[in-house]
Write a protein that binds this ligand. Sequence first.
Ligand SMILES: Nc1nc2c(ncn2[C@@H]2O[C@H](COP(=O)(O)OP(=O)(O)O)[C@@H](O)[C@H]2O)c(=O)[nH]1
Ligand SMILES: [Mg+2]
Length: 319
Amino acid sequence: MSEDKLIEGVLSGKRRALARLISLIEDEDSSVSRILAKLYRHTGKAHIIGVTGPPGSGKSTLVTRLTTELRSRGLTIGIICVDPSSPFTGGALLGDRIRMQEHALDKEVFVRSMGTRGHLGGLARSTSDAVRAVDAAGKDIVLVETVGAGQSEVEVVEIAHTVLVTDVPGSGDDIQAIKAGIMEIADIFVVNKADLPGADKKVTEINAMLDIAPTSDKWRPPVMKTNGRTGEGISELVDEIQEHMAYLKSSGVLEHKGLQRSKDELEQIMEYKLTRELMTKLQGTPEFDQAIKRIARRDVDPYTIAERLITKFLASCRE
Ligand SMILES: Nc1nc2c(ncn2[C@@H]2O[C@H](COP(=O)(O)OP(=O)(O)O)[C@@H](O)[C@H]2O)c(=O)[nH]1
Ligand SMILES: [Mg+2]
C-alpha cells in the first residue's frame, strides 16, 4: 500500500488501512511521522476515554458494554487496549474473547491492542499515535484500556479527555490507590461487580475520600455502580461520560488542556529532533571521543564540554 493510499484509506475509515498504520506505528517505521503529519488536521474530533484500574476489575467487560451502549446511541467506536492480559492481546480467557466478538462484525467498531513490540518506553508514544490514527479515521469515541499498575495509568491521562477508574467491592487497597495517584486522575469512579457484597460500602468509602481530597477544578468525580455481567448501570455511566465532556467544553478546560498538550508535544518533538541531529553530527568524531575520554579522566567536567559542543553545533547551524 502506498503512503497516499494508506492516508486516503485511514481518512475514509477503512479498517485495513487503520490497522496497517497502527502496525507501522508499533514498528516505529520511518514513514510514521510523515503520515501522521498529513493526518493531523483531521484529528481532534474524537472523545477519548481512558479506562484504568486493577487487573480483573472488569475493564474489558466494561469496554465491551460501553461499546454496545454507545453504538445504540449512534456513535462509532475505536478501542485501543494496552493491557497485556486483555482479550485483545491473546493472553485472555476464552470468555472474554467470545464477549468481544459481539462487535466483531460491526464495521463501526475498530479494536486494536498495543503490544510491546517496540521498546517498552515507546509504548506511551505509540499508544498516543494509535489513538490519533483512530481519531483521524473518524471514530466518535476512542476507548483506551490500560491496566492500572505502574506508569501506564498516569500516561493515559495525557491522552484521554475522560478517565474512568475501576474498582471492585471489598478490595481494601484504597490507601494504596491514593498513594499511586489513582485518585487524582479519575474523572469518574466505577465500582464494578456491584452484584458482589460491599458495593455500597465501597461507593461510600470513595465518596468519603473525595470529600477530603483537595480539588482544583469544579468537577467532582461521580462514583458509579455497574454490573459488567448484566449491564446494569452502564447507561447511567455513559450519561456521566457525556456530562463530563459537556463540562470540559463549557468550563474552558478542554481548550486549556488542548493548548497544554500541544505545547508539551511540540517541546518533546523538538527536543527529540534536536538531540538526534546533534548526535548524528557528533557521534564517532574524534572530537567527541576525545571529550568522553577527558571527562572519564577527570581532565574536564561534562557540563563544560556539553556547553562547548552545543555552542559549536548551534554556530555551525548559522553558517
Ligand atoms: N461478578 C461479576 N463479575 C464480573 C463483572 N464484570 C466483570 N466480571 C468478571 O471479572 C473477570 C475479569 O473481567 P475483565 O473484564 O477481564 O477485567 P480486566 O482485567 O479489568 O479487563 C471476568 O471473569 C468477568 O467476567 C461484574 O459486574 N460482576
Ligand atoms: Mg482487560
